[in-house]
Design a protein around this ligand. Structure first.
Ligand code: FE2
Ligand code: FE2
Length: 246
């Protein structure tokens, strides 16, 4: 069994970040002892170097291995370079125990809010996913921007500009899970054999309507994937349950 915590949209900054909520989330997630934490971007609010330095101190409080991709806010003000300096590669692949691959994509562009994967990164992802299909490996793709519109988020603006192509590659390769953030609203879509999950904002004050700060937890065993929506300091419930194909 594998436990993954999916966090997103911390927005570390003077004004948008709620430290009290963050500390509560850290203590909840550390108690869960997930095998890994996947962070789908907007770690900082403005991409400033000082925000990244502060963010690293916060991220170090997590006891599980953490893997992050950048969001649109992280690529402001040369934040794309600061991300590489202080967090790590902006796109990456990891394989766990030979049966489980996570692909992290950079959907951000410097000083732009739109999401875009682009051909070189797309071809690289496709190659990785070909290998997952050949080896019958459980596959996860993580990126900041949503690839399908999320309900109750107002006017659509920043869905990936190459969403159609990404969606085609992901569904034809039957990627098991796609993890995104950006809209600060949790959601699940299922298309063919792919479950596409959005996380809410872990600890930013930028919340829509009655949405609360939250994170997702995935419990993956040989047969199924259970997805829990955990409100920080509040209700935790089963958000979705799906059979595994392999
Ligand atoms: Fe955000
Ligand atoms: Fe964002």
């Amino acid at each position: 069994m594998t436990i993954i915590a999916h966090i997103s949209d911390l927005h570390v900054s003077e004004n948008s970040f709620d430290e009290e909520v963050f500390m509560e989330a850290v203590s909840e997630i550390n108690k869960l002892q997930p095998d890994m934490i996947i962070l789908t971007g907007d770690i900082t609010d403005n991409g400033y170097y000082r925000e990244y330095k502060q963010a690293i101190k916060y991220l170090d409080m997590f006891e599980s291995p953490l893997f992050a991709v950048p969001g649109n806010h992280d690529s402001r003000n040369l934040g794309n370079q600061s991300f590489e300096d202080l967090v790590g590669e902006r796109s990456w692949k990891l394989t766990k125990d030979g049966d489980f691959t996570v692909i992290g994509l950079d959907s951000s562009s410097p000083d732009e809010d739109r999401g875009y994967i682009g051909l070189p990164q797309h071809l690289w992802m496709e190659h990785q996913l070909d290998n997952c299909v050949i080896d019958e490996r459980f596959s996860i793709v993580a990126l900041h921007h949503h690839i399908i519109s999320i309900p109750e988020t107002g006017r659509e603006r920043n869905v990936l500009s190459d969403a159609g192509d990404v969606l085609k590659t992901i569904t034809t390769h039957e990627v098991d899970l796609v993890l995104s953030g950006h809209k600060h609203v949790p959601n699940i879509w299922k298309i063919n054999n792919t479950v596409i999950v959005n996380a809410g904002s872990l600890c930013s004050k930028k919340l829509r309507g009655k949405n609360r700060n939250s994170y997702n937890v995935y419990i993956i065993d040989d047969k199924e994937i259970e997805i829990f929506l955990n409100n920080v300091g509040g209700e935790k419930f089963l958000f979705g349950k799906y059979q595994r194909k392999y």
